[in-house]
Design a protein around this ligand. Structure first.
Ligand code: SME
Length: 150
């Protein structure tokens, strides 16, 4: 199982001496490279005191959506719900921000530090209905690991 093989690699990256952004960048690139259904991988973080998310490190096609207001799109909804959001078919979502026409499904998992939702990991897939509970558990592990850095 690819996820179990990746967990120690995530742990090793977290223990690296690089900057926080370099480590997050390496995690994005690792996940995009190793997991076939992960076509865009990025982190968004709460932008200071503003009720908006700001794009952090990512791997994949550049997106225009570097700032997302709370409540807007899948990401903005997770910023206020504090819940994982799995979207099997992005076309069926009213409150969705398209970054690329090739994207068919998406998963967003919130990142908590001291119980506060301070950001999230966002994955886009070009495969319809690509994500299962296994992705949720793995991405929760990634977010918990990253939280130790923040
Ligand atoms: N689709 C997201 C926007 C971010 S992009 O996927 C990179 C959303 O609806 O919030």
């Amino acid at each position: 199982m690819i996820f179990n093989a990746l967990k120690p690699k995530i742990g090793a990256l977290i223990s690296d001496s690089g900057s926080k952004d370099q480590i997050l960048q390496s995690i994005c690139e690792l996940l995009k490279l190793e997991i076939p259904h992960y076509d865009w991988v990025g982190f968004y973080f709460k932008n200071g005191n503003k009720e908006e998310l700001k794009l952090g490190p990512y791997a994949g096609t550049p997106t225009d959506h570097t700032i997302i207001p709370f409540g807007k799109g899948i990401c903005g909804q997770v910023a206020v719900s504090n819940q994982n959001f799995v979207v099997p078919d992005v076309k069926a979502q009213d409150n969705y921000i398209a970054c690329s026409i090739s994207v068919r499904s998406e998963i967003v998992v919130p990142l908590f530090v001291d119980g506060q939702n301070i950001g999230q990991i966002d994955i886009d897939s070009n495969t319809p209905d690509a994500f299962t509970a296994k992705d949720e558990r793995f991405l929760e592990f990634v977010c918990q690991s990253v939280a130790t850095l923040l």
